[in-house]
Write a protein that binds this ligand. Structure first.
Ligand code: HEC
Length: 284
């Protein structure tokens, strides 16, 4: 073999390997699309759902997975905060721990019944915390929730300021209403004195969004999350001292509104104490 042939053979071998890899990649993504396209709910007239919806949802899910993995890496790299002082406060890396926990929860697709929708699926940072699929933004506007293709009527709000909005109030000088959360301010904040805290109770159990049948499902899924130790570090060791019944997993894998629940909003049977603890975790 002369000095020229060897590099030529190497180049040919590399090209064949690259071709095989790209074909294999295509096969995988085609399978994903089929998996997503299989048993879907599509009551719409032709032309409402954009034709690239399945590959776009698959792309967004890949991005969500990537950021979640990144956040897990950031959590592992972070020295644990020290709980000290009076009142006790998480010092040093405390703020970073809370921020990373927020990122982990925001990009956690496992919180949805079909394990396919994270909060960020509709509220993506690079889209100003709104929806990241151009064809959806130009057509159906609302984003498919965990149960494809149930979708709401509105576009996802860009929510970075929502925690600063005051409870809904009428300003007599301006002659207009101010405050509240959601497009129509229906999360008024009247009960909790924080519209954002009130608002946050809804997306996880909205049948058109995350679609959980019971708020207890969020607590249950957080108790199984890989980042549970970080949650307990931030919110306290006893956070998940709750006895979940054996059928919790199957209840929580069924989207909210399913006929099997007979209209119940709390199908997970918990003792009164455990329900109280669960509501506390969900409020975080
Ligand atoms: C399927 C898409 C979708 C998912 C998933 C979703 N949202 Fe939303 N979000 C919306 C839509 C649509 C609105 C506006 C709803 C309305 O006004 O009725 C909204 C509104 C909000 C608001 C109100 C912002 C404001 O300024 O009033 C916040 C905060 C929010 N979502 C947080 C979340 C969180 C946290 C999660 C995950 C637990 C989540 N969302 C999951 C679509 C989604």
């Amino acid at each position: 073999m002369n000095r020229r042939t060897l590099p030529m053979i190497l180049v040919v071998v590399l090209c064949v390997v690259a071709l095989c890899m790209s074909l294999a990649g295509r096969k995988v993504s085609a399978q994903n699309v089929t998996a997503l396209a299989a048993p879907v709910y599509n009551p719409y007239p032709p032309g409402i759902l954009p034709s690239d919806l399945n590959p776009e949802l698959a792309r967004v899910l890949r991005e969500v997975n990537f950021v979640e993995t990144e956040a897990i890496g950031q959590w592992h790299a972070l020295p644990p905060p020290t709980l000290t002082g009076n009142p006790p406060i998480l010092q040093n890396t405390g703020v970073a721990s809370v921020e990373i926990l927020g990122k982990l929860m925001n990009f956690d697709k496992n919180i949805s019944p079909n394990k396919n929708t994270a909060c960020s699926s509709c509220h993506m940072p690079y889209a100003g915390f709104s929806g990241p699929i151009p064809s959806v933004n130009l057509t159906m506007i609302a984003y498919p929730g965990s149960e494809h293709f149930r979708a709401g009527k509105r576009t996802a709000q860009r929510y970075t300021y929502s925690s600063y909005f005051p409870p809904l109030q009428y300003n007599a000088t301006q002659g207009a209403f101010f405050g509240g959360n959601f497009w129509d301010s229906r999360a008024t904040g009247y009960l909790l004195r924080s519209p954002d805290a009130e608002q946050s109770q809804f997306p996880p159990v909205d049948p058109l969004e995350m679609g959980n049948p019971d708020t207890a499902c969020i607590t249950y899924k957080l108790s199984l999350a890989v980042y549970r130790p970080l949650f307990e570090e931030v919110w306290g060791k006893g956070s998940f001292a709750i006895s979940f019944p054996a059928n919790t997993a199957s209840i929580c894998a069924t989207p909210g509104g399913a006929a099997v629940f007979g209209g119940s909003a709390t199908p997970v049977m918990l003792s009164a104490d455990d329900r109280g603890r669960q509501v506390q975790v969900d409020g975080k």
